[in-house]
Design a binder for this molecule. Structure first.
Ligand code: IMP
Length: 189
């Protein structure tokens, strides 16, 4: 089964396919650029995006909106994560957090996958809890991975991206989508 995934981020496609293959689903990248609405909820941004893409291509499709929420920064950068990554980068985030103690460095990644086929609109959300390291560590993964330590681990996702396959926000959102899609595919036959 092939599912179209509209994104310009090749990491999202790679990670989605690591989960999809377990369910016999391959995600095929399309680059249909959609306007991102301004909203604090990843689900709302993904839902509006997927409706826009569907109207352009008239085929069932998914988009994913994701980001990182840092408690000590009042949930910043949240749905502005991509923009802030470009403007401040990991060094800028670490600088904002330079006086924050270990126990207050809690953070989470959130991923919202939205599917639309012209009638059915569904969103699937996944979260992974962790904390922000005090320095950049590792070069694996992408984005904030060198400063994100998932709960239960000592290394950042940058030092060891392997656990992302099992515990990441994207693993969880894509997995619930895959479970839905396997059944959806049966039902429309
Ligand atoms: P989007 O493309 O608007 O969904 O923005 C996603 C942004 O959130 C990325 O550009 C990263 O800055 C951040 N992000 C989301 N997921 C991850 C991840 O798995 N690792 C590192 N950064 C991530």
């Amino acid at each position: 089964m092939i599912v179209l995934f509209s994104t310009t981020n090749k990491h999202k496609i790679r990670e989605a396919n690591e989960t999809g293959k377990i369910y016999g689903i391959g995600f095929e990248q399309i680059n249909c650029i959609y306007p991102e609405i301004r909203d604090e909820k990843f689900e709302n941004i993904a839902s509006e995006g997927v409706k826009y893409v569907y109207e352009k291509i008239k085929k069932p499709v998914i988009v994913e909106d994701s980001g990182i929420i840092i408690d000590a920064l009042n949930s910043f950068p949240g749905t502005f994560s991509a923009y802030i990554e470009k403007k401040l980068g990991n060094k800028g985030i670490l600088n904002l957090m330079r006086d924050v103690e270990e126990r207050n460095r809690t953070a989470r990644y959130i991923s919202a996958v939205a599917f639309f086929d012209g009638k059915i609109l569904k969103t699937f959300v996944g979260t992974v809890e962790g904390k922000i390291s005090t320095g950049e560590r590792g070069s694996g993964g992408f984005g904030y991975d060198p400063i994100f330590i998932p709960n239960g681990y000592k290394e950042t996702f940058g030092e060891n991206p392997e656990p992302k396959k099992e515990i990441s926000h994207r693993r969880k959102s894509v997995e619930t989508f895959c479970k839905f899609y396997v059944k959806y595919n049966e039902d429309i036959k």
